[in-house]
Design a binder for this molecule. Structure first.
Ligand SMILES: Cc1cc2nc3c(=O)[nH]c(=O)nc-3n(C[C@H](O)[C@H](O)[C@H](O)COP(=O)(O)OP(=O)(O)OC[C@H]3O[C@@H](n4cnc5c(N)ncnc54)[C@H](O)[C@@H]3O)c2cc1C
Length: 426
């Protein structure tokens, strides 16, 4: 019997005490079975339990073992492609519908944290920082766009104001999102899992789903048990592997790397005195923030196709030192990698495999808030109100060019082109 434990991350080392759930060893019946205990699965389970459904969650490893327990912890609003792109590609009606939900995910997280008393170091405030004049212009447009869709908590910061909140000389301006913020991602997932169980939901760990029988009352099977349900929610995202071949065909797992410094003590004020989280505006972006115990958590870089790199510190540390030369002597205590799921359109993929098997995946690197929205929308759809879920489900999704063999080099080439443009400021 194989057991998969958490990767050696800062988050696993600072996780609050939590239950170790047993493996599924029996045959169960329930209203809804959820595959995967990341934010997508846990948010779905929680919304469904609140609506009175019985729910079983099957997790291949541990709660929050995937991207949800390893990410940058940034509550970034909207989607990985913004509503202006959605309007251009899919029309005003789709943009209006998706735009009406683009700030909902972070509200859901805040409600969850408050309602279930989740200890996850929630802090308000997120910054998008510009490295070139083109990006400064982009931030102004970004502000106007989000305000058009009802955001009332945005502030434009010029170069001097930006340096007051991020002690780095790299940035020419910033957009401060007071509705953004950051969290300890694994503790959020663990808190949500505890909330699921407090409402009677069952979670099994070390229980990988090996097959889904797509019948009127579907059955999902694990090595030692099965669950028959009225509905299935597939929430395995970048770690789903080949369980659902048609989902694997239109998405690509990608790795991104994160490091955590030693606690900075009083020095944190020389780095990020605002305690906001930060992401830059580059195509291949850097993202960073302080943890609850004032370490700098710094992420960046993308590995298309999601190989696990050997020397993570040597990939990310130079980025950290470029942003904060004052931290050249800092010790790195943790370095880890995690996979997110990229789609060609950079928009999430929601849909149905048949009438009663739902899926949500492919947040393309901006998933902390959208996963929480996804859980709410699938619960609405299962209850019979599917208009909002279907607004996402109707987005067309194409496979990556180059097929399974050449999609990685083809996408890396595209990314290289866009990051070159970022470097040149064009
Ligand atoms: C390093 C990193 C940094 C990131 N930073 C940010 C950020 O700062 N802000 C942001 O918005 N987004 C960020 N993201 C993206 C975000 O974390 C993800 O979009 C989000 O967590 C996806 O949640 P999920 O529940 O869909 O998938 P996951 O959290 O990956 O969960 C999927 C779960 O399904 C389980 N599973 C898979 N297959 C099976 C099976 N057959 N049977 C049972 N269980 C199965 C897996 O074990 C896993 O636990 C980051 C991602 C990474 C990797």
């Amino acid at each position: 019997m194989s057991h998969t434990e958490y990767p050696d991350s800062y988050y696993a080392a600072s996780a609050l005490p939590h239950a170790v759930r047993r493996q599924l060893q029996e045959d169960l019946h329930t209203d809804v079975v959820v595959i995967g205990a990341g934010y997508t699965g846990l948010s779905s389970a929680l919304h469904l339990l609140e609506a009175g459904y019985s729910v079983v969650v099957l997790e291949a490893a541990r709660v929050g073992w995937g991207a949800s327990g390893r990410n940058g912890g940034q509550l970034v609003q909207s989607y990985s492609r913004d509503v202006d792109v959605i309007a251009d590609k899919y029309g005003q009606d789709t943009a209006r519908m998706l735009g009406s939900m683009m700030f909902e995910g972070s509200q859901i997280i805040r409600e969850r944290v408050k309602k279930y008393q989740i200890q996850c170091d929630l802090k308000d405030g997120g910054l998008f920082v510009a490295l070139s004049d083109k990006q400064v212009h982009g931030l102004r447009e970004h502000k106007a766009l989000w305000e058009q869709y009802g955001h009332k908590g945005l502030e434009f910061l010029d170069a001097r104001q930006t340096q007051d909140v991020v002690h780095s000389e790299r940035y020419r301006a910033a957009l401060l999102d007071h509705w953004g913020g950051h969290i300890h991602p694994l503790n959020l997932a663990l808190g949500e899992a505890a909330a699921v169980e407090s409402l009677g939901g069952k979670i099994f760990e070390q229980s990988a789903v090996t097959s889904i029988e797509r019948t009127a009352k579907p059955i999902v099977r694990t090595e030692h048990g099965s669950v028959q349900a009225k509905f299935v929610v597939v929430a395995g995202n970048a770690y789903l592997g080949g369980l659902v071949p048609e989902l694997a065909a239109k998405s690509m797992p990608c790795g991104t790397q994160v490091i955590a410094t030693e606690p900075l003590g009083e020095r944190w004020q020389e780095v990020l005195p605002s305690d906001y989280c930060v992401e830059d505006c580059n195509y291949l972006l850097d993202y960073f923030r302080l943890s609850g115990d004032k370490r700098l958590i710094y992420g960046g870089g993308v590995i298309y196709g999601a190989r696990d790199p050997e020397h993570i510190e040597s990939i990310v540390r130079p980025k950290l030192e470029k942003t904060f030369p004052q931290l050249k002597d800092v010790r790195i205590d943790f370095a880890w990698t995690g996979n997110f799921l990229l789609t060609l359109s950079r928009l999430p993929q929601f849909g149905r495999l048949n009438d009663n098997i739902y899926y949500m995946q492919g947040y393309s690197g901006h998933g902390v808030t959208t996963t929480h929205l996804a859980g709410k929308l699938v619960a609405e759809a299962i209850k019979g109100q599917s208009e909002r879920f279907d607004a996402f489900a109707s987005l067309p999704h194409l496979p990556f060019p180059g097929g399974r063999l050449f999609r990685v080099p083809a996408t890396a080439l595209g990314a290289w082109y866009y990051s070159l443009r970022d470097k040149l400021g064009i």
